[in-house]
Design a protein around this ligand. Structure first.
Ligand code: C2O
Ligand code: CU
Length: 572
């Protein structure tokens, strides 16, 4: 009898622990500010978090909730951070996109990001205001499987490689150039960085040869990354790219890589000697350290898809008992020829969903086609989608749509296709474009097909790679093709095992088809992940179910031309 209350208490405690265990809240306090750092051995201003560049790695378990207090300590500009790959179910206001999901956080002010990380995988975060990503505002976000769950592959240890590119010109210089008449292009990056470290203007490989002094590692900031491994083990390398411009290829001397994850989704494992990584993508690969232990080995990262003017970046795989600074016996693996698109396509086409991945609905309710072109507008250079170049409103869409504000953005429907006689193989006959803040509003829960159509840029015989990233969703990649998409291509769609991703590439002169379900109430950016392209208007806005959005923090939406009306009229 006396034991009953005790038993009862024991039960209550165990329930609390169990629910507590499944819903851990992880709290962070961050400050964004500029620091001096030398990511490629040259000292510059770098946008850092808590004095760190790249920013701190967030590590969580699937099902956890992140509470992250972000304080802006930049002196004169706003800031936001986007959690790339996190779908923000129920918290679209925490997506961290200036003018879309929230107002930029003013200097000396703070904002609480609160969101759930519901799916294990390799993600990252980055600034999403102006070109702040290119200023160094980024870091990794890694979600492990929930307690008691298992990854569908085994490994003994893991390493994280966050790839980026680096310019010596400030982002202000870059942005002014891009928005000038005539446009001043940013050019190729001065260096490629691995976990924020690289070397400009010198070759690390050469510098490690005794007696050579081509590369002065003047700062700890630019020492190469070393992965210390043990022999005969399997390691998971998490690889993500947050480059501003460069498409990348990564290879490891003497080691093959088995790709097992892409953008937080498992893929059917396949093995390669080198892999392409476009900005906005993330992968996990497995490697086995079964090589001669008397040597170290290079990891080499080089540029794809643009004539490179940037040295490959190198890291070292260090087998014991070698010193980490011992030069690998063989030279760094060479990046495939920059314009060997057949090589890139063969890699990309190998990415298929692992068995057990949710399948797409068999049909779409709606199909839209988005033509990507480079254009002119009053002498300015722009990128446009169906001849509309994206401009952002001063009041974020999320608030103005949710509360039906008048005149907050252009409510005209954006074009859902492009002229049937448009020749994607040639520069446009009429290169002029218009600019707009309009948005694609989808019926809640409908299935949408998007055909991304690439085309010739302004110059003859030029068509570039564009990696497109969707916020708030994963999508199925149904297929790729060369030339102009045709109705009959629908019959070639892969409905059996299309990979789920959040970023996908369109190859030069090609098309890419994807499908997603508009089931996440909110307003979502869909854009080319190349920072200067986005800055020049290469994106669109998707929205669905905004009427169901609840609990938007008022500071997320009460800014800009019409945002003040929200304070006066609508919000408690
Ligand atoms: Cu990683 Cu809207 O971007
Ligand atoms: Cu682009």
């Amino acid at each position: 009898m006396a034991n009953a209350p005790l038993l009862f208490i024991a039960c209550v405690v165990s329930v609390l622990l169990r629910t507590g265990g499944g819903a851990t809240i992880r709290r962070f306090k961050w400050e964004v500010g500029y620091i001096y750092a030398s990511p490629d051995c040259e000292e510059k201003l770098v946008m850092a978090i808590n004095g760190q560049f790249p920013g701190p790695t967030i590590r969580a378990k699937a099902g956890d909730t992140i509470h992250l207090q972000l304080k802006n300590t930049l002196h004169t500009e706003g800031v936001v951070i986007h959690w790339h790959g996190i779908r923000q179910h129920g918290t679209p206001w925490a997506d961290g996109t200036a003018s879309i999901s929230q107002c930029a956080i003013n200097p000396e002010e703070s904002f609480l990001y609160r969101f759930k990380v519901d799916k294990a995988g390799t993600y990252f975060y980055h600034g999403h205001y102006g070109m702040q990503r290119a200023a160094g505002l980024y870091g990794s976000l890694i979600v492990d499987v929930a307690d008691g769950e298992k990854e569908p592959f085994q490994y003994d240890g893991e390493f994280n490689l966050l790839l980026s590119d680096w310019y010596h010109k400030s982002i202000y210089d870059q942005m002014v150039g891009l928005s000038s008449r005539p446009m001043k292009w940013i050019g190729e990056p001065q260096s490629l960085l691995i976990n924020g470290r690289g070397q400009s203007n010198c070759s690390l490989a050469a510098s490690l040869i005794p007696g050579s002094s081509t590369c002065k590692l003047i700062s700890k900031d630019c020492e190469p990354v070393v992965l210390k491994v043990l022999p005969n083990k399997t390691y998971r390398l998490r690889i993500a790219s947050t480059t501003s411009l460069a498409s990348l290829n990564l290879a490891i001397g003497n080691h093959r890589m088995t790709v097992v994850e892409a953008d937080g989704n498992y893929v059917e494992p396949f093995t390669v000697d080198d892999m392409d990584i476009y900005s906005g993508e993330s992968y996990s690969v497995l490697i086995t350290t079964n090589q001669k232990t008397s040597s170290n080995y290079w990891i080499s990262v080089g540029v794809r898809g643009r004539k490179p003017d940037t040295q490959p970046s190198l890291a070292i795989i260090n087998y014991p008992p070698n010193s980490p600074s011992k030069l690998p016996e063989s030279s760094p693996p060479a990046t495939p020829l920059w314009n060997d698109y057949a090589h890139s396509k063969s890699f990309t086409y190998k990415i298929l969903a692992r068995q057990g991945t949710p399948k797409p609905p068999p049909n779409a309710d709606k199909q839209i086609a988005l033509l990507n072109t480079q254009n002119k507008m009053d002498g300015y250079t722009k990128w446009a989608i169906n001849n509309v170049s994206l401009a952002l409103p001063t009041t974020p869409y999320l608030g103005s749509m949710r509360y039906h504000l008048k005149n907050a953005f252009d409510t005209k429907k954006p074009p859902e296709s492009f002229p049937s006689d448009y020749d994607v193989m040639k520069p446009a006959k009429n290169q002029n474009t218009t600019q707009s803040t309009n948005a694609y509003v989808f019926q809640f829960n409908s299935t949408i097909d998007v055909i991304l159509q690439n085309a010739n840029a302004i110059a003859e015989n030029v068509s570039e790679i564009h990696p497109w990233h969707l916020h708030g969703h994963d999508f199925w990649v149904l297929g790729y093709g060369d030339g102009r998409f045709q109705k009959k291509d629908v019959s070639t769609f892969n409905l059996k095992n299309p990979p789920l991703r959040n970023t996908v590439v369109i190859f030069p002169y090609g098309w890419t088809a994807l499908r997603f379900i508009a089931d996440n109430p909110g307003v979502w950016a869909f854009h080319c992940h190349i920072e200067p392209h986005l800055h020049m208007g290469m994106g669109v806005i998707f929205a669905e179910g905004v009427e169901y959005v609840r609990n938007i923090p008022r500071e997320a939406i009460t800014c800009g031309m019409t945002g003040k009306m929200l304070i006066d009229n609508h919000l408690p």
